[in-house]
Design a protein around this ligand. Structure first.
Ligand code: PMP
Length: 350
């Protein structure tokens, strides 16, 4: 820390990307929940085309993208705000709406805690029960903004819409943020609730099912009034937050919905195959509605499995958090990548 850093940042805990950078080359990457498939050819073509106009600023309102996405999502264009990844949207939300604090499960997306730290937001964590979010545990949130990843990460478990609605009904004075980064892989979207309730924000991303993690494109859907607040924050910090190539890639991706749906089906099929194979090898594997599995072996530690695969140039995600350090999170890659992982595990386990 330099002597010039503002004292309010003295205790920042930035997201630890060290393991991720290490795996950029020469590794099978099953540690960051990306898609193993390239972006749609249409996304690549449109991005390439857009690069010719890089001398101009990008559209701050992503209008073409908003119109296309709004008809796919069945919302109005001005109920959408785009972010440089949904991480940026989450950051805007922490900045804009967490004056009364935040609440989220004790085991969930680690970025919520990091963003609370950055924006000086007090937070409470609500323990999962048997790895599940229990809606009744959110009965007394006292105007705090509630963050629920549905499906949750790293567990992969999804709540039903009834359970989500219960959390909303228990908290009419709180804002409820449903982070649907993984919803395309088998959970139900809560998007319909933005018309029924005035306190719901849905965040989504192009990083997982749409193969655009490196393009950095996320969005939120909410009522016009909350969307305006988020847009105001966005336009104060980074009006041109989505570059022109990424906007074009997003448009191409939406125009090629069939490609996305095919990839999702393939990933879900592979996920169930791997779940069964791991179970046969003595793993306990949670029921996943995402593009990853959360698994622990009945008599081999999580760190040993992680190290074993790493030595074989396969990266999975291990967590130092005491509560889950027997577990690993394994992204679903291509069939070949997953076979390589199973073969490596077989050498260790049998
Ligand atoms: N929410 C959850 C639950 C995630 O796991 C991730 C990805 N790590 C994100 C949001 C952010 O994704 P992105 O910024 O790439 O949209």
């Amino acid at each position: 820390m330099s002597r010039f850093l503002h004292s309010k940042y003295n205790s920042l805990t930035p997201y630890d990307t060290s393991g991720e950078v290490e795996s950029l080359t020469g590794y099978i990457r099953l540690n960051t929940n990306e898609s193993p498939y390239p972006p749609s050819p249409k996304a690549i073509e449109y991005a390439h085309e857009a690069s010719r106009n890089m001398n101009y600023y990008s559209d701050p309102d992503c209008r073409e993208l908003a119109v296309k996405l709004s008809s796919l999502m069945n919302v109005k264009p001005n109920e959408i705000v785009f972010g440089n990844g949904s991480d940026e949207i989450l950051s805007f939300i922490f900045m804009a709406f967490c004056e009364n604090g935040a609440a989220f499960p004790d085991i969930t997306y680690s970025f919520y805690k990091i963003l609370a730290g950055l924006h000086g937001v007090n937070y409470v964590t609500v323990p999962l029960r048997d790895f599940r979010v229990e809606p009744e545990d959110y009965a007394d949130m006292n105007h705090r903004t509630i963050f629920i990843a549905n499906p949750n990460a790293p567990t992969g478990i999804a709540l039903s819409l009834n359970e989500i609605e219960r959390i909303i009904n228990l908290n009419p004075e709180s804002l409820i943020v449903i982070d649907e980064a993984y919803v395309d892989f088998g959970a139900e979207s809560s998007v319909r609730f933005i018309g029924d309730y005035d306190n719901v924000i849905i965040t989504r991303t192009f990083s997982k099912s749409r193969s655009l993690a490196g393009g950095r494109l996320g969005w939120c859907m909410t009522n016009e009034s909350l969307a305006r607040d988020i847009r105001d924050i966005k336009n104060t910090i980074a009006p041109y937050n989505i570059n022109a190539m990424t906007q074009a890639a997003g448009t191409g991706s939406i125009e090629d919905e069939e490609y996305t749906q095919r990839n999702i089906a393939e990933i879900c099929r592979e996920r169930e195959l791997i779940k069964n194979a791991l179970t046969e090898m003595g793993f306990e594997v949670l029921d996943s509605r995402t593009n990853f599995l959360f698994a622990r072996h009945k008599n081999i530690s999580g760190i040993r499995i992680f190290e074993w695969l790493k030595k074989r140039h396969i990266m999975i995600r291990h967590f130092s958090n005491q509560k889950i350090n027997d577990w690993n999170r394994i992204t679903i890659g291509t069939h070949e990548q997953m076979q390589a992982m199973l073969n490596a595990l077989k050498e260790e386990i049998f």
